[in-house]
Design a protein around this ligand. Structure first.
Ligand code: HEM
Length: 136
């Protein structure tokens, strides 16, 4: 597995662990209320599991597994995938800052734009690798 996929998938696993921990605490609180301020972390729970786990895991595996035998270098525009990784994680934390830490609507918007940028950069990397068995 390429180094970049290792980083991306490990980051996704950390978000899975963190997101599920917040979810479990929220669920416990719903059963026996013990920490009302936990609800401020619901946006972080959703962000970590949807963007940090599901989307990021998908990008990590896609970078590893999309066809790569015809191209030299084997994964062209790797820089775009690296930028996507950085933008996605920057976006996740800006969204959490804008919601859970109430840093403001503009921080939330900046986070969403960074996440959109991550998807666009990854698409720019992957586009040329979406090829048939014959390489076209
Ligand atoms: C990939 C897995 C998961 C995703 C994508 C996810 C996503 C979400 C979303 C979108 C909501 C908001 C639902 C709404 O507002 O109606 C939510 C709420 C919640 N989630 Fe998760 N979740 C996941 C796993 C879990 C797990 C494993 C737990 C518990 C161990 C959990 C506990 C909760 C709780 C307690 C709420 C609040 C429900 C309420 O508003 O009363 N979630 N989750």
């Amino acid at each position: 597995m390429p180094r970049l996929s290792q980083w991306i998938i490990r980051a996704a696993l950390i978000y899975l662990l963190t997101g599920i921990t917040i979810g479990a605490l929220l669920l416990a609180h719903k059963g026996v209320p013990f920490l009302p301020m936990l609800w401020a972390w619901l946006p972080a729970h959703i962000e970590f599991l949807l963007m940090g786990w599901i989307l990021q895991l998908t990008l990590g595996v896609a970078f590893w597994i999309l066809p790569r035998y015809w191209q030299q270098p084997r994964r062209p525009n790797e820089r775009y995938a690296q930028i996507a990784f950085i933008l996605l994680n920057l976006g996740i934390w800006l969204v959490v800052a804008g919601t859970t830490f109430r840093a403001g609507a503009w921080v939330l918007v900046a986070g969403r734009l960074a996440e959109l940028g991550a998807v666009l950069f990854f698409a720019a990397h992957a586009w040329g690798r979406v090829v048939s068995r014959e390489g076209a």
